[in-house]
Design a protein around this ligand. Structure first.
Ligand code: VGL
Ligand code: ZN
Length: 193
């Protein structure tokens, strides 16, 4: 499906951090594979002078989502650790904005909009169309896409620049269906015109 990169578009790169890549604390199988594709999207947005926001999972040492605190995940993306850093090959332009989420010990946040000012920041820049990709399709990408739709943005899911955890087989596929049902558009690089 062809889609225009309009002048009111922005790119949201979700949680492409070492802990979500192979070798990390909570690896998404093949998670690092999204980096080279995302870098191409990033270049397209830079060329057009369009905003790019990078979300990161940024947890305190004790966080409610960790097993030790009653959650379901191993400790991951702890503030200031190597695991919380963005993947070393991810192109991060100097003009990009980093959005930290899950920073409160007692509050989980899968969505980049939850407990952050992402929504007001991009609205203030006149953005109406969001392109969203990254890790993981069945958690933070899905939640970010669903929240973007709720906030009234035209929302485009980058299918070739996202990967899921699939704790249960089929989770990512179901996540994509849910995003589409909610009104998202699914594309790959070649669809951008
Ligand atoms: C995520 C599990 C726990 C994600 C974050 O970024 O998808 N998944 N925290
Ligand atoms: Zn987390």
């Amino acid at each position: 499906m062809n889609i225009y990169l309009t002048n009111n578009s922005a790119l949201i790169v979700v949680d492409v951090q070492n802990d979500f890549c192979p070798g990390g604390a909570l690896p998404v199988p093949g998670g690092d594979k999204v980096v080279s594709v995302l870098n191409i999207y990033i270049r397209k947005f830079i060329e057009r002078g369009l905003p790019i926001h990078f979300t990161r999972d940024w947890h305190p040492e004790r966080h409610i989502s960790f097993k030790s605190e009653g959650g379901i995940w191993p400790p991951h993306c702890i503030q200031g650790t190597g695991g919380a850093r963005f993947h070393p090959e991810l192109s991060i332009p100097s003009t990009a904005v980093t959005v930290s989420k899950g920073t409160e010990p007692g509050m989980d946040a899968y969505s980049g909009f939850q407990g952050t000012n992402l929504g007001s920041q991009i609205r203030a820049r006149g953005i109406r169309r969001l392109f969203v990709g990254g890790l993981a399709t069945d958690y933070c990408v899905k939640s970010t896409v669903l929240d973007a739709l709720k906030e009234g943005f035209e929302t485009v899911f980058l299918n070739d620049a996202s990967k899921g955890v699939d704790v249960n087989p089929g989770d990512s596929e179901r996540a994509v269906e849910e995003m589409l049902r909610a009104g998202a558009v699914k594309i790959i690089l070649e669809d951008i015109i």
